[in-house]
Write a protein that binds this ligand. Structure first.
Ligand SMILES: [Zn+2]
Length: 88
């Protein structure tokens, strides 16, 4: 199965209906998922909107996902360490 978005040739079936009326495919390169019953503009590589096509280079050049910030060393202990209001 060829991925309509990036044209990677190793897209595979993820799921199929019990009566085999439809299947869901997934591309391991660009993570595109599509159903066999969707329109040809989503299932056929040649008809997929060129504006949304991806290539190996485009995928590599994508900005990385936001990194997880470093964990705070104090965690929630600073809440406990707060001084209680002074009693007068
Ligand atoms: Zn793909």
């Amino acid at each position: 199965m060829i991925c309509p978005r990036c044209e990677y040739a190793e897209a595979y079936t993820v799921f199929e209906a019990d009566d085999k009326a439809w299947e869901i495919f997934r591309c391991p390169r660009c993570n595109f998922n599509w159903r066999s019953t969707e329109g040809q503009e989503l299932t056929e590589p040649d008809l997929y909107n060129p504006r949304f096509k991806l290539s190996e280079k485009k995928i590599q050049d994508m900005a990385p996902k936001p990194p997880v910030p470093p964990l705070r060393k104090t965690g929630t202990t600073d809440v406990r360490e707060k001084k209680s209001p002074s009693r007068t």
